[in-house]
Design a protein around this ligand. Structure first.
Ligand SMILES: [Zn+2]
Length: 375
C-alpha cells in the first residue's frame, strides 16, 4: 500500500492550476495548500488546537533541527513526531539539506554526504542520504524528503550541474534506504538552479525513479522573481500530472498565487510566522507594520476583511502596544492572523479554481494588495 494517494479533481482551463485531494495517514488535504512551518516540533507561538481552528491540515518539521535537538531517537521513543508535539494531522519533514548549507559552519561535501558542525554547539556531524531517511523514518512524518544539495544563487553552470548530479545520486540512495513506504511517502527534490536544461534533466531522471511526489527546491534563494516564476513554470512541465508538486520555501501571498497558476500544489515558508514576531502582518491591502507609530491610536482591526480571532477581538493600537511593551501575546496574535491569512488565501484560490475564475481572482487580489501599499 502506498502511504499517500493524490488525485486531481479539477484542472483550470486557462492556467496550469489544479485542485486536488491528497490522502495521507493523518488526514485528507485539499490542494493547493499552504503548510505552516514548525521548525522545532512547534509552529512558533501556536498550539495545535489553534492551527486546527484556522484550518491547517498539514505542517512542516525540520529534520536538521530535530536531529540536533532533541534528537530523533528521543522523538521516536515518544512515539513519533505526531505524538511528541500533539499534532494528529499530516506532517512533512524536509531533508535537512537547506539547513546544512545555510545554518551550519565548516561544511565538507563529498560524494558520500556532508560533514557539518552544529549551529548550536559546534559539534561535528555527518549526513548521508541514508542517514537523512533514517532520521525521518524515526520521526514518522507522513511525507519525507530525499537529501539534496541546494545550490546558492548565483552559481556557475558546472557547479550547479555537479550539485544536481549529486542530488540525483542521493535520491537513488535515499529511496533504497527508505523503510516505511507504506506509511511515509518519499518525495524527490528537483534541483538545477536557474538552468533550464539542468532542471529538465533532474526532473526527468527523478520521474524515472517514480517517487510518490516531487518537490522543486533551490528557488527563492536570491534570484529575481520573474526568473523564479519562469523556472517554476518550466519545471512543472516535466513533472507527472498525477503526483503532488511541492515548491519549497516560497510563501508570499503573490508567490502562492503565481505558484498555483504554474501548477504547484504545496507550499511552505517561515515568512508569515517570522514577520509576525517582528510586528509585520499581511492584510488584504498589503503588508502593514503594526508596531509603527501611525497605529498608536488606530482602533480598527489588522485587516477589516479578516475574521480571525485577532481581527475579531483586537485593534491595531492594542497590537502596537503589545509589541512596544514586548508582551508575548503580541507574537501570538500576529502569528495567528498571518497564518490564518495565508490559509484563507489558499481556500479562496481553491474556490476560484472551482469557479473557473482564478485569473480574475489574482487580478482582484493583487490590485487591492498593492493598491494601497503601506510599506
Ligand atoms: Zn486576522
Amino acid at each position: 500500500m502506498a502511504a499517500i494517494k493524490y488525485r486531481v479533481i479539477k484542472k483550470d482551463a486557462r492556467t496550469k492550476a489544479r485542485l486536488g485531494i491528497l490522502e495521507t495517514p493523518h488526514g485528507v488535504i485539499e490542494t493547493p495548500v499552504f503548510m505552516p512551518v514548525g521548525t522545532q516540533a512547534t509552529v512558533k507561538a501556536m498550539t495545535p488546537d489553534e492551527l486546527k481552528e484556522m484550518g491547517a491540515t498539514i505542517i512542516l518539521g525540520n529534520t536538521y533541527h530535530l536531529y540536533l535537538r532533541p534528537g530523533h531517537k528521543i522523538i521516536e521513543k515518544a512515539g513519533g513526531l505526531h505524538k511528541f508535539m500533539n499534532w494528529d494531522r499530516a506532517i512533512l519533514t524536509d531533508s535537512g539539506g537547506f539547513q546544512v548549507f545555510s545554518l551550519s559552519s565548516l561544511r565538507k561535501i563529498t560524494e558520500d554526504g556532508v560533514e557539518f558542525r552544529s549551529h548550536i554547539d559546534g559539534s561535528k556531524h555527518f549526513f548521508t542520504p541514508e542517514k537523512v531517511i533514517e532520521i525521518q523514518n524515526s520521526l514518522g512524518s507522513d511525507i519525507i524528503m530525499s537529501f539534496d544539495e541546494c545550490a546558492p544563487y548565483p552559481a556557475d553552470y558546472d557547479y550547479v550541474k555537479r550539485s544536481m548530479e549529486l542530488t540525483i545520486k542521493w535520491a537513488e540512495r535515499g529511496k533504497k534506504a527508505h523503510k516505511n513506504t507504506d506509511r511515509q511517502a518519499l518525495f524527490g527534490i528537483v534541483q538545477g538552479g536557474t538552468y533550464k536544461d539542468l532542471r529538465r534533466e533532474c526532473a526527468e531522471r527523478l520521474v524515472d525513479m517514480d517517487f510518490p511526489g516531487y518537490a522543486i527546491g533551490g528557488l527563492s534563494v536570491g534570484e529575481p522573481k520573474d526568473l523564479m516564476y519562469e523556472i517554476i513554470d518550466f519545471t512543472t512541465d516535466y513533472l507527472p500530472h498525477d503526483k503532488p508538486r511541492y515548491l519549497m520555501g516560497v510563501g508570499t501571498p503573490e508567490d502562492l498565487i503565481e505558484g498555483v497558476i504554474r501548477g504547484v500544489d504545496m507550499f511552505d515558508c517561515v515568512l508569515p510566522t517570522r514577520i509576525a514576531r517582528n510586528g509585520t502582518v499581511f492584510t488584504s491591502r498589503g503588508k502593514l507594520i503594526v508596531r509603527d507609530a501611525p497605529y498608536a491610536e488606530d482602533f480598527s482591526p489588522l485587516d477589516e476583511e479578516c475574521d480571525c480571532y485577532t481581527c475579531k477581538n483586537y485593534s491595531r493600537a492594542y497590537l502596537r502596544h503589545l509589541f512596544k511593551a514586548k508582551e508575548i501575546l503580541a507574537a501570538r496574535l500576529a502569528t495567528y492572523h498571518n497564518l490564518y491569512f495565508l490559509i484563507k488565501l489558499m481556500e479562496k484560490i481553491r474556490e476560484a479554481i472551482r469557479q473557473d475564475r482564478l485569473l480574475e481572482f489574482k487580478e482582484e487580489f493583487l490590485r487591492k494588495y498593492y493598491g494601497n501599499r503601506e510599506e
